[in-house]
Structures are given as C-alpha cells and as structure tokens.
Design a protein around this ligand. Structure first.
Ligand code: SF4
Ligand code: SF4
Length: 138
C-alpha cells in the first residue's frame, strides 16, 4: 500500500494573476520541441525565428530568454499577462505543483512566500496534485 502524502487532505491554490512567477529573480523555463512549436505558432512565427527571439541554450537544454530585469521575455509588462498563455510551457502550467514545492510542508511554505495563490482558493485533491507533479520534473 502506498504511503499517503503529507498533503493527503489536498492543497489550496488559486492564481491571483499577480504575475510574480513570470517576473523578478532570474530562472529557467525549460522547453521541449512541442512547446517551442506551439508558442511559435501562437505568435505566427516560424520556429527558427521564434528561437532566435525568445529562446536561449543552457548546456544542451533550451529555456526562455529573460529581460535584463529578470522578467520572462513573454511577459507583457503592460497587461501583466503571458503573451502565449494558452500554450504556455508545462513548467508554467504546472506551477505550483512541482515536486520541489510539494516534497515537504516546508517546501510548500516557501512556495507560499513566493506565490500569493498558494494556500488559497480551490482545494486541489492529492491525486490531482500527483498527476500534475508527474507532468514535468521541476
Ligand atoms: S505568483 Fe502565483 S498567484 Fe501570482 S501569477 Fe504566479 S501563480 Fe498566479
Ligand atoms: S511563458 Fe508565460 S507563463 Fe511562463 S514565465 Fe513566461 S510569461 Fe510567465
């Protein structure tokens, strides 16, 4: 029998659309081929043109570029929204239910510090959290 996770009663999350997770401190948004193709199509660009404008290589992996202030290159500072929200990468789509955030209560508490949506709103059941965590290893 598998052990019940510490979040066996579920965790609350509802995005407040503050935009904080797309801005600020530098970081990486890892991309696969399908994600690059989807974002390029959303912006009506060919893949090579999209990669030239929006993607950087980090070793052998690809990530979204950032502006000098750390904001994601696809974050629109005026509307405070993602320019490709409907096709945003898995890493963005699955926040805050990343392995690194849900592995312990302390890790979740840290995520709550960074994201005002964590700990409020809809109670997400544990099986849904586990399904989301399995989408990408972050
Ligand atoms: S930091 Fe949290 S609440 Fe703010 S936009 Fe990101 S996911 Fe939503
Ligand atoms: S791709 Fe969109 S959702 Fe993801 S960090 Fe950039 S602006 Fe935010």
């Amino acid at each position: 029998m598998s052990k019940k996770p510490w979040y066996g009663e579920g965790l609350r999350f509802q995005c407040t659309e503050c935009g904080d997770c797309c801005t600020g401190a530098p970081g990486y948004v890892w991309l696969n081929k399908a994600e690059i193709e989807a974002m390029a199509a959303a912006l009506e660009l060919e893949v090579p043109a999209f990669e030239e404008q929006y993607v950087c290589l980090v070793g052998i992996r690809k990530s979204l570029l950032e502006r000098p202030d750390g904001d994601c290159i696809l974050f629109d500072g005026q509307t405070r929204r993602c320019e490709v929200y409907h096709v945003r990468p898995r890493q963005c789509r699955t926040w805050p239910f990343w392995q690194s955030n849900v592995r312990t209560p302390a890790a979740w508490a840290e995520a709550r510090q960074a994201c005002p949506g964590c700990g409020r709103g809809r109670l997400v059941p544990p099986d849904e959290i586990e399904r989301i965590v399995a989408i990408i290893k972050v």
